[in-house]
Write a protein that binds this ligand. Structure first.
Ligand code: ATP
Ligand code: MG
Length: 732
């Protein structure tokens, strides 16, 4: 038979991997070397040449998006045969398994999945029933504890609390949680995997059925499997199934969620007779991009060691842009993306990758202004995120007490003991008397309510009234800050130490930054184009801010059919590739993130993330950093990321600012371009020379005449304020 369609587009090492006899195999190789391609072709080899039924094959991927793409590639290769292959994520497969064998798994037929939010709510109710104080036992900490134990495969009876009172209590909660879930027929994400694992252990007849069925198990992105997933695979493979795992230790980026790189080594040790194949040719990236990737990852010490080479052209150097601030950064990126499209490139070939979700806001704003369709993957657009909507709801209530939707959103967010029952009487009253919830609540306070309900309800109304008084006359940024802290939202989100909790706090800070752009609205007569509807609608910054937030949360995201620029975190970019990639925000403290500074393990994980980012690029890679950025409500000047310094100089092209620097406000309304030079005679972003400190960039100026002060960020001496009259700065 003709098998060229399976082998033609493969190199020797890939071909070796694809055509291995039936045995365990580990394909260990760097980014873009064709691991995923090999996995797909291996399936074709098994069905077409080895004549295995697709029914005997199980393929596991890391995300649903990856699973869809893999199925597509497989269908191209083997047509309808592809449909017989079982394929999905670990969670998806576990779910199907439990549905099939609910009884054996000890579940009711109608069991339901508990998502992360539902899980939180359940824990909350539980804590209340157990009379535990939420400030002492934060819901999210309890949640992280339970999920963490499950991911390690531990049920309460496996845990010995010893004399540790903290663990004792957590254990009690874990036990109560389990009982509750069991009673209600609920299964959380970690439970899916744990149950599926226990199903193997408890029901040998079920296990042997699947062991006989899945003769071949193929796993992509193996470096990011956690202990439980690994154990599940091991039991399923048993003595007969053959595992074909592909992975790259340099791309392990989920250590913070329990993934274990060690699983790669463990696999080689625990399974007899593993054939390891290494792929070394990279087909994705141009020479310089690849060289940079190899160079930076070599700074890590904990590596299994691999080199990648490419037969392709050197390609363009990696462009590094030093932006004046985050707006300048976004402007630059969008202008480059525009140029790409004007030269005939596709929008969907362009990806903007960032470390933290909060960074997307400024880019979203710039893209909307440039009228470029975009799509955000693996996350919500900034103004659609729950915590951002919470704050906006408070702000809306300040402006308009009759905004029932906002009232509903935050009356008990964060929890203030204002229960569903009380709210229902308020709702009924509002409906009967035709009042807003706010007015109905006031009426209700006068009539029958228990003392507790009364306290909670009036507490909420008073909070809003008091906020209104206290924010009076303050600038918008302070107003937003006040609302975030006094509403209790700040503390509420800060209690959550998980990555997600941190992200929420970052988004709140980012909202404060967003507000600062609205404070100094120019007086109406300065608006050069009075017909411009985009210009200030009102002289109340809060109203302008809320209007923009609503508009931006609307339907700006590209239509499904539209070719759109892709925005995503570096984490969600794993496995993907794009002709043009922007990696943004390469600053110390942001990427690598601050908590990783003192933790060598985390720092290496950040570096692996940088490696993942760089290796997403096919033709062009642009990396940017800002000299100054608003983060957590303050200006920071943390300097370029160490990762930039770890790149090989001969692959780089440093681009300086063009002098077209704008402040947040000017940037927000492009019609009001102001003169770049100010009273102090220097332009922001201008490069200057100082006798003692050397070369630097002007960051800010203050005052005029002899008293003018100027802030310069010196290349070696850092950021300094100087008196202009004495500084003798020269323009360079
Ligand atoms: P990652 O580590 O990022 O997941 P990977 O090792 O899975 O990468 P693939 O995505 O399979 O790599 O392949 C990278 C690119 O190289 C793809 O566009 C793929 O089609 C192409 N490619 C792989 N092998 C070959 C080959 N032998 N000839 C031509 N193109 C190839
Ligand atoms: Mg891959």
């Amino acid at each position: 038979m003709d098998i060229t369609f399976i082998l033609n587009d493969l190199n020797d090492a890939q071909r070796e991997a694809v055509t291995l006899e039936e045995r365990h195999a580990l394909i260990l190789a760097g980014a873009g070397s064709g691991k995923t391609r090999v996995l797909v072709h291996r399936i074709a080899w098994l069905t077409e040449v080895m004549k295995l039924s697709p029914f005997n094959i199980l393929a596991v991927t890391f995300t649903n998006k990856a699973a869809r793409e893999m199925r597509g590639r497989m269908e191209q290769l083997i047509g309808h045969q592809a449909q017989g292959v079982t394929m999905g994520t670990f969670h998806g497969i576990a779910y199907r398994l439990l549905r099939q064998h609910f009884e054996a798994a000890g579940l009711p037929q109608s069991f339901q999945i508990l998502d992360s939010d539902d899980q939180k709510r359940l824990i909350k109710r539980l804590l209340k029933a157990m009379e535990l104080d939420e400030t002492q036992w934060p819901v999210k900490q309890v949640q992280a504890y339970i999920n963490g134990e499950k991911e390690e495969g531990r049920r309460p009876h496996h845990i010995d609390p010893g004399h540790n009172p903290f663990v004792k209590k957590m254990l009690q909660i874990y036990q109560a949680y389990e009982q509750q879930c069991q009673k209600a027929g609920l299964v959380d994400f970690a439970e899916l995997l744990l149950r599926a694992h226990e199903l193997w252990l408890k029901r040998p007849e079920v296990l042997s059925f699947y062991q006989a069925r899945y003769k071949h198990i193929l796993v992509d992105e193996f470096q990011d499997t956690n202990s439980l997933q690994y154990a599940w695979l091991r039991v399923l493979a048993g003595g007969t199934g053959k595992l074909f795992v592909v992975g790259d230790d340099d791309q392990s980026i989920y250590g913070w969620r329990g993934a274990k790189i060690e699983n790669i080594r463990l696999f080689e040790q625990e399974f007899a007779d593993v054939k390891t194949v290494r792929l070394e040719q990279n087909y994705r990236s141009s020479g310089r991009i690849l060289k940079a990737a190899n160079h930076i990852i070599a700074f890590n010490t904990e590596r299994m060691g691999k080199e990648l080479w490419s037969a392709g052209e050197d390609g363009d150097p990696i462009r590094i842009y030093e932006a004046f601030n985050e707006y300048d950064e976004a402007n630059y990126v969008i202008s480059q993306a525009k140029a790409w499209v004007e030269q005939g490139g596709e929008r969907s070939d362009v990806a903007i990758l960032y470390r933290s979700n909060a960074q997307s806001r400024v880019f979203e704003q710039a893209l909307i202004q440039a009228e470029m369709p975009y799509r955000i993957y693996g996350g919500l657009r900034f103004y659609d995120r729950a915590e951002v909507k919470d704050v906006l709801a408070y702000l809306r209530l300040l402006v308009n007490r009759d905004d029932d939707a906002s009232f509903e959103r935050v009356y008990n967010q964060p929890t203030r003991g204002l229960g569903e029952k009380t709210m229902q009487t308020v709702r009924d009253l509002a409906r009967d008397l035709g009042l807003s919830l706010w007015d109905a609540a006031k009426v209700q306070l006068e009539s029958g309510l228990t003392a507790r309900a009364k306290g909670a309800l009036s507490g909420f109304l008073d909070l809003i009234e008091q906020l209104q008084i206290d924010t009076q006359g303050k600038n918008l940024q302070d107003q937003v800050m006040m609302v975030i802290s006094r509403s209790g939202l700040q503390t509420h989100f800060e209690k959550d130490r998980s990555e997600q909790g941190q992200a929420r706090v970052e988004n709140l800070d980012e909202l404060i930054n967003a507000a600062s752009g609205f404070d100094k609205a120019p007086p109406a007569e300065e608006n050069p184009n009075p017909d411009d509807l985009d210009a200030a609608i009102s002289d109340n910054p809060l109203l302008n801010f809320l209007a923009q937030a609503t508009l931006e949360a609307g339907d700006n995201q590209a239509e499904a059919w539209e070719s759109a620029i892709q925005l995503m975190t570096l984490h969600s970019a794993k496995g993907l590739e794009f002709p043009l990639v922007f990696m943004v925000g390469l600053e110390e403290g942001l990427f690598p993130s601050k908590p990783s500074f003192d933790d060598p393990f985390r720092l290496e994980e950040e570096r692996r993330l940088a490696y993942v980012g760089i290796t997403r690029a096919e033709q062009k890679l642009v990396m940017t950093y800002a000299l100054r950025r608003r983060l957590h409500g303050t200006e920071i000047y943390s300097g370029p990321s160490r990762f930039l310094k770890e790149l090989p100089e001969d692959c780089l092209d440093w681009v300086r600012m063009t002098g077209q620097v704008q402040s947040a406000r000017e940037w927000a309304s492009p019609t009001s371009q102001k003169s770049q030079h100010n009273e102090a005679g220097f332009a922001m972003g201008q490069r200057v020379f100082h006798q003692k400190f050397g070369e630097g960039t002007v960051l800010a100026t203050e005052g005029s005449g002899d008293h003018a002060r100027i802030q310069v960020n010196f290349k070696h001496a850092g950021s300094k304020w100087l008196v202009k009259a004495y500084a003798n700065l020269e323009a360079v």
